[in-house]
Design a protein around this ligand. Structure first.
Ligand SMILES: Cc1cc2nc3c(=O)[nH]c(=O)nc-3n(C[C@H](O)[C@H](O)[C@H](O)COP(=O)(O)O)c2cc1C
Length: 192
């Protein structure tokens, strides 16, 4: 598969089978991540690869996080929302929490580390595509919740850049045709 084919074919797949992909496939994704460009070679990415019961722990934290944001928690509707939240990390057999750590050197701008981690995640998604895996990059409020960040040893100025849900595709691939680059591109100086 060419890189361009992987880029073009990759789609976010929200529904995957319960079968856990072999560790070697996940390791290949992680290795690909580490080749992402990163300013001052800070290698700011860290990975927490959750499977089995570790996803339940994240689900409990996500439920607590939602409870904290709710104005009332006793109604049937609220209880259903909390149960749904707790179940979220169980939607895939593997969830990779991808983190950007704090720049140690004052020369390093935080957004550049986060940008590097985003590039690392795209590498992971493309290798997953090549490996026949299905992924979705998720964030939402849990990615910013200080309690959840703390669970992964992160301080306030460190970031969960993505929860990458990984498995084998269980639903047809959603179609998406991006707006043509021509509508978003200005060529400058090309007439010279
Ligand atoms: C930073 C970031 C955060 C995202 N967070 C979520 C999310 O919380 N939930 C979700 O369903 N998809 C999330 N996505 C996936 C996008 O919804 C998806 O990439 C977009 O719909 C385009 O579809 P495609 O990936 O199939 O091309 C996120 C993507 C990015 C880059």
């Amino acid at each position: 598969m060419s890189v361009f084919d992987a880029i073009r074919n990759r789609r976010s797949i929200g529904k995957v089978k319960p079968d856990r992909p072999p560790r070697e496939k996940i390791e290949r994704m992680l290795e690909a991540a580490t080749y992402a460009p990163n300013h001052y070679t800070t290698e700011p990415w860290r990975f927490f690869v959750l499977s089995g019961q570790a996803r339940e722990v994240l689900g409990e934290l996500m439920e607590k996080s939602l409870r904290h944001r709710m104005t009332e928690t006793h109604s049937e509707k609220a209880q259903a929302a909390l149960a749904k939240e707790r179940h979220k990390p169980l939607r895939a057999p593997v969830v990779i929490v991808v983190v950007s750590v704090r720049p140690e050197n004052p020369k390093i701008v935080d957004i550049e580390n986060v940008s590097a981690v985003a590039a690392a995640i795209q590498n992971m998604l493309l290798v997953a595509e090549e490996e026949g895996l299905a992924c979705i990059w998720r964030t939402g409020e849990p990615a910013r919740d200080p309690r959840i960040k703390e669970h992964f040893g992160l301080g306030p100025d460190e970031h969960i850049v993505g929860f990458i849900y990984v498995g084998y595709q269980a639903v047809p691939r959603p179609q998406r045709t991006p707006a043509p680059y021509q509508t978003k591109t200005w060529w400058l100086g090309w007439e010279e």
